[in-house]
Ligand binder design. Structure first.
Ligand code: HEM
Length: 443
């Protein structure tokens, strides 16, 4: 369990700062065998790392034995009333309330036009901007989309203020929790304070509008949250609404921004894959009625090869490297007892790089998905069980729409194709994918 007080944190951080983050988990496998469960001391707590698909699936799907166990440093940033802090009935209610509008492709057709219009404009603009940080621009785009869904009536000013704070917030999510000026975590806490202030102003303004005019129609998720009432007539407090929004707005743009960037990078680095994916998109456009403007859901469903490209990207990148749980009671998992109160780190990255499931796991190879359906628990980019990502369909839709237009008309030219990577809080090139988006056709 590592050193006194700091436990295994130093070896964890140094592995994740090196070019081989998997050296951290492979050191356990090397010393103790492929047991799939390892005792560590991390983020200030005695913990278990779960690396096998079977153990991860059991932990994620057993709500009787496990609840969220995020480090207090994360809960302080994302909010104790957000999904990282709540569980059981409270979680079920808020989840039901918020997931429906962003779940299922049918529900999402409402947003398709908005997403596509903004993708087309963004690509056009970037191609004229010269060198850009591709990841930074994509995060702005995905933030605009999630803002439209959750806070559609708020103006540009609110969007710009929130977007700026999220960048600082995220850098602090897996940083050492040192709350001293100059440290990343200190800046992240400051960013949270600013986010709360901006959102509090929005909540206050909306409550006031509704008081003056109670028949005001519901326009976005903020309105749904303000109207929500459970079976006992309880309404959400400002703190609850703000924390839920902080989490959704964050989860809803960072993840899809990063994954879209990686999909474009992998496509560009693998010309055969690019060619095949582009041919599929050209075929879709060719078969389209002459009077149809823009993509339809039916066309998205026809993007079989692109869907494999996206799944392979989700696997290789594994945006959520790990998630945290806490044992509510002593519980047996795969023959080992996890004591009550211990934290559990469900290590998605090991599951996705398991050579027994994925031959040559480090290789980006969309064809591995031809006729292959992984066993339950072996492919979990969006988690599993009651916490399965409610934004999974939205994310795949956004990525598909982006790649459709990218493949048809553009290319990415990276300035530093061999840029070193950062793995915390999420895997990205250190230069945020500096490069140019070049227009290659006039379609
Ligand atoms: C490629 C994109 C995405 C990836 C890889 C991803 C991944 C994940 C994962 C692994 C979890 C499970 C966390 C856990 O088990 O504790 C999760 C939860 C969550 N995600 Fe996503 N996500 C993505 C996109 C989105 C989007 C677009 C939204 C917003 C609509 C979203 C909102 C959430 C929320 C609110 C939760 C918490 C659910 C709960 O605790 O019940 N995510 N996501």
């Amino acid at each position: 369990m590592g050193w006194p007080l700091i436990g295994n944190m130093l070896s964890f951080l140094s592995a994740f700062k090196s070019s081989n983050p998997d050296s951290f988990t492979s050191s356990f496998i090397h010393r103790f065998g492929r047991t799939g469960l390892y005792k560590v001391h991390m983020f200030g707590n005695p913990s278990i790392i779960a690396t096998s698909a079977e153990a991860c699936r059991k932990i994620l799907t057993d709500d009787e034995a496990f609840r969220p166990g995020w480090p207090s440093s994360t809960v302080n940033l994302i909010g104790r009333k957000s999904f990282v802090g709540i569980y059981d009935e409270e979680h079920k209610w808020l989840r039901k309330l918020t997931a429906a509008p962003v779940n299922g492709y049918e529900a999402l057709t409402v947003y398709m036009k908005y997403i596509e219009e903004n993708v087309v404009i963004a690509l056009e603009e970037w191609s004229e901007m010269g060198q850009i940080e591709f990841l930074t621009e994509l995060r702005k785009l995905t933030f605009k989309i999630i803002m439209h869904i959750f806070l559609s009536t708020e103006g540009e000013e609110v969007r710009a203020a929130l977007e700026k704070e999220y960048t600082a917030l995220n850098y602090g999510v897996r940083a050492m929790a040192i709350n001293i000026p100059g440290f990343v975590y200190y800046n992240a806490l400051k960013a949270r304070k600013n986010l709360v202030a901006v959102l509090q102003a929005v909540v206050t303004k909306r409550r006031e509008e509704r008081r003056k005019n109670p028949s005001t129609a519901r326009k976005d998720m903020m309105d749904s949250l303000l109207s929500a009432e459970d079976e006992n007539g309880r309404k959400l407090t400002d703190e609850e609404i703000i924390d839920v929004l902080i989490m959704y707005l964050n989860a809803g743009h960072e993840s899809s921004g990063h994954t879209t960037m990686w999909a474009a990078v992998f496509l560009q680095k693998n010309p055969d894959v690019f060619k095949r994916a582009k041919a599929e998109q050209e075929e879709i456009v060719r078969n389209r009625p002459a009077d149809q403007k823009g993509l339809t859901l039916k066309e998205i469903r026809k993007m079989e090869y692109l869907s494999k490209v996206i799944d392979e990207t989700l696997r290789v990148v594994t945006f959520s490297l790990m998630v945290f749980r806490e044992a509510k009671k002593d519980v047996n998992v795969c023959g080992y007892t996890i004591p009550k109160g211990w934290k559990v780190l469900v290590w998605f990255r090991s599951v996705h790089f398991d050579p027994e499931t994925y031959i040559e796991p480090m290789k980006f190879d969309p064809s591995r998905w031809d006729g292959f359906t992984p066993k339950a628990g072996n492919f979990i980019p969006f988690g599993a069980g009651s916490r399965l990502c409610p934004g999974n369909d939205l994310a795949k839709l956004e990525i598909s729409i982006f790649l459709h237009h990218f493949l048809l008309n553009y290319e990415l030219e990276q300035h530093n194709p061999a840029s070193p990577l950062m793995y915390l809080p999420h895997t990205r090139p250190k230069d945020n994918c500096l490069g140019r988006i070049r227009r290659v056709s006039a379609n």
